[in-house]
Ligand binder design. Structure first.
Ligand SMILES: [Zn+2]
Length: 253
């Protein structure tokens, strides 16, 4: 039987059979794979640890046609610390669900895999951790960019007109910049949008940082509670207007 070597992350696990698991993996060079792990729920199974949610590992798969069967597995990182904190865990579930819902089977998504691994490793830190909510939001907006739908942050997403850059808003800190389906809007276009939320200048600045910085740096900034709430509302609106599907992990956030 043909075997395939795959390095990737477990995005989802389902119980199957009496003691088996069905896994969805996101793998380097291979994209999303459906994998059957026979006996993985038995306490003494050699796949017990490697078939856990969020585990990053090297997997040897034997080709079973519509699915691949797990033949060997070696863990690179199990991200176990994530499970010790409810907020980190719920954010990791959210991130994994987005990867699962957006990647097509057997379509490589290596840049998304890198973003996923970076997010999981930051959520897994014991000390000096960036808030889990912030990690989730950076993941979400960079995911939009990876998907090719990064929100417009420099000029009005409807008319292309100028939206005052952060720091130069006439109303200063209290300025409210409309943020709708395609990104920020000038006050005139924003006024016509029924579905919208608002960013403060600091919120827009944070969004620009997330989208323009390199991958490691994009997570590094100080966000106030207000900025986190604004980005969270904007991210939710943006996801819903582009994907028309609800995320089951969202209710645990
Ligand atoms: Zn406009």
């Amino acid at each position: 039987m043909k075997t395939v070597k795959a390095r990737g992350v477990v995005l989802r696990e389902y119980e199957a059979g009496e003691s088996d698991k069905r896994l969805i993996l996101l793998c380097k060079g291979l994209g999303k794979l459906n994998v059957y792990a026979r006996g993985a729920r038995k306490p003494k199974s050699k796949f017990m640890a490697a078939a856990q949610l969020f585990t990053y590992g090297d997997y040897v798969l034997s080709d079973g046609g519509s699915f691949q069967a797990l033949a060997q597995a070696e863990i690179i990182e199990n991200f176990f610390t994530i499970r010790e904190d409810y907020e980190s865990l719920s954010c990791a579930h959210y991130i994994a669900e987005i990867c699962e819902k957006s990647v097509l089977e057997s379509n490589p998504a290596d840049d998304l895999l890198l973003l996923l691994l970076k997010s999981l490793s930051l959520l897994n830190k014991k000390n000096d951790r960036i808030p889990a909510k912030q990690i989730r939001l950076v993941f979400l907006f960079r995911f939009f960019a990876w998907y090719g739908i990064a929100p417009e942050t420099e000029s009005c997403s409807v008319c292309g007109g100028q939206v005052q850059p952060a720091g130069e808003m006439p109303e200063g800190e209290n300025a409210r910049i409309p943020f709708a389906d395609e990104g920020i809007c000038c006050p005139k276009c924003g006024g016509k949008k029924t579905r919208k939320t608002f960013l403060s200048p600091a919120g827009l600045e944070a969004l620009r940082h997330i989208l323009n910085a390199g991958l490691p740096e994009s997570f590094q900034f100080k966000a106030s509670g207000r900025v986190t709430a604004e980005l969270s509302a904007g991210g939710k609106l943006f996801w819903e207007s582009h994907f028309q599907t609800k995320l089951r992990s969202e209710e645990f956030l």
